[in-house]
Design a protein around this ligand. Sequence first.
Ligand code: SF4
Length: 403
Amino acid sequence: MSKGRDLKPHIGIFGRRNNGKSSLINLMTGQEVAIVSEEAGTTTDPVKKSIEIFGIGPAIIVDTAGIDDSGELGEKRVKKTYDAIKTIDCAILVIAKNEFGFYEKELIKKFCDYSIPYFIVHNKSDLQPLEQLTRENIATFSKAEVIDFSVANHTQTDTLVELLKKTIPETSFQKPSLLGGIIEPNGVVLLVTPIDSEAPDGRMILPQVMAIRDVLDNDNICIVLKETHLKQYFEQHKPEPQLVITDSQAFEFVNSIVPAHVPLTSFSIVFARLRGDFDHYIQGTPTLSELNDGDKILILESCSHQVSCEDIGRHKLPKWITEFSGKKLDFDVVAGLSDIPEITNYRMVIQCGGCVVTRKQLINRLRPAVNANIPVSNYGMTIAWINGIFDRVIEPFKNKINS
Ligand code: SF4
């Protein structure tokens, strides 16, 4: 299941069948979003619905199948429920009838594996209130807050929303700035955007559009130009830009023109700070100089259809890395959120800019590699390394905070 272009915070609802997850969602959204039935196991694939939460704004509720489902189909549904954990920002674990055991503990372990904040709702309290013994049982395993709740009586809805607001990470609903902390107000930022055969017809790509808006939001003059006008700009125009951001593929050419004292980076690297695992990319990129014959490299692209970076991920990067290393290498490309092959088979992982996913989603995508100490990099940093300008293009981010 993909977040696709839904960059709003995602709230997953988890629990056993017939604990009232779908009814809880209908209460929160004020709509019949989920199929509600007395028959256990009505929800199959995770179902998403936009809601508006006061104090948070738009969010996406993700309704999942019961975690205690069984049989061949049931196991598939449970797998999809676990997969959904990687795509959410916060979780509500719905229990009922004072049952807290194996299924809940397995879910909580997964939440912890993926650093998902959560709280617990003991639902159907009108039928059976939460007992002190259950509270104590939960407390031995989890520090999460627990509320006694009844969808049937609509009691404590305000408490539920307040708890949700407290639990959901601020970073998942605040709009962080691409360039915040890197540029000062009232300067000039140059965006170098080659318009070649790979550029989409009649429009700019998303990272370029976002960068233009962010330059303006940071009270700067934004100048957008093709690389063919870069020399002319530096010869004829003042003031000098405080930052130049280019398409990574034009690094070699742009680096040869932008004076050494003018900070230079790329759209992909700017995005890596916002959406990627920036520090691990910096640590992992030098591995490109340590590759050996037979090494396998995994290339991860975050969008699965209309991939703007298809050519670079599938053709150019493998070609450039092979030429740079002089080694015989194997490359695998995995697009979207498809399952990634056994990660320990790879010498390193190279992730695209991830312009269509959230930071949380991208971090969780890279987590198996990071946990297995497999170096990770991104497209921009990889191209910079190959061109010998890695230090220059990460310099603008040194000792800077991401505001
Ligand atoms: S950077 Fe990644 S997510 Fe963005 S267009 Fe390219 S492949 Fe898709």
